[in-house]
Design a protein around this ligand. Structure first.
Ligand code: GLU
Length: 294
């Protein structure tokens, strides 16, 4: 990235529910970092999951963030309007043999995992899938495609290793901290990855692919987000290496918790920004509560 690239960061919510205090904290963190750096603050609507995302939640995002006192550049990128970009990246990965079609059911995946020589553990997407014992034959694949069976596009970690060599040499710069206090230049954790899903027959992308491509397309220099996505950064860093994209700097922040010590969740209605606003709390009071003194 050129040294003259302006500091650019983003807040990237998914409209699958109303924003809560945890989102407000994350959005304010990014907004304030951009302001302090004299840089750019972007909003991105991550609505690739067309079954769970709802237009009313998109409207609520705009309303809540305006109320909170944030301003962002227009136009806002809505991922659902850019499926061709994600398809192009998937095609590129497919042509180079970095992804494969996986027709397995959840049960078959769990059986493969049980047969793996060591228990693969948990990664950013739950239990890690080490891949099939042997690849599907081209004939089987063709007949399942003919039948119109559903499939997922999975990253082939073995193909990635064959192309990139020792992937644990890939690193990213953490300017915030991971959940274990990790900071500085951090090697990715290849063991946490496995054959993650990068797209599906019906939804032609995944969070990992869309977020990585968009951060690059939008010239994001600093990814500021919650520590829940810290481990996903290893997947994003591999995709950047495969697709030849620049690596932004990362600032993961602690997740806010409620009085019960639990993370805020979209289903916890009383902590939504809408409920807080409707109860008469001012945006300034909320900002102060969250540690932003303006
Ligand atoms: N859309 C993701 C979420 O709502 C955040 C993406 C990111 O900041 O990388 O959890």
């Amino acid at each position: 990235m050129s040294p003259r690239t302006p500091f650019t960061t983003r807040f990237a919510p998914s409209p699958t529910g109303l924003l809560h205090k945890g989102h407000a904290f994350s959005a304010l963190k990014a907004f304030e970092a951009a302001r302090q750096a004299g840089g750019r603050f972007l909003l991105r609507i991550e609505d690739i999951d067309i079954t769970r995302c709802k237009p009313e939640f998109v409207d609520a995002i705009y309303e809540d963030l305006h109320w909170l006192g944030l301003e962002w550049e227009e136009p806002v990128r809505r991922q659902s309007e850019h499926f061709p970009d994600y398809h192009a990246a998937l095609n590129q990965l497919a042509e180079r043999g970095h992804i494969y079609r996986c027709f397995k059911t959840r049960k078959e995946i769990m059986e493969d995992i049980a047969r793996a020589p060591h228990h693969p553990g948990e990664g950013p997407d739950g239990v890690i899938y080490p891949g099939p014992a042997k690849p599907m034959s081209p004939d089987d694949e063709a007949s399942r495609l003919d039948r119109g069976d559903a499939f997922a596009w999975r990253l082939s970690i073995s193909a990635v290793k064959a192309e990139l060599g020792d992937i644990s040499r890939l690193s990213f710069v953490e300017e915030g901290e991971g959940p274990g206090g990790e900071s500085g230049t951090l090697a990715i954790q290849p063991d946490l990855i496995g054959d993650v899903i990068l797209g599906r027959k019906d939804v032609g992308t995944s969070y990992h692919l869309a977020v990585t491509l968009d951060d690059s397309l939008q010239g994001i220099t600093h990814v500021i987000r919650g520590q829940d996505l810290f481990f996903a950064t290893s997947v994003h860093r591999i995709l950047q290496a495969l697709l030849n994209l620049p690596a932004p700097l990362y600032r993961h922040h602690k997740l806010l918790t409620g009085k019960d010590g639990k993370r805020f969740a979209k289903r916890n209605k009383s902590q939504t920004l809408q409920a807080i606003r409707q109860s008469g709390v001012s945006a300034k009071t909320l900002r102060m509560q969250l540690g932003f003194n303006w």
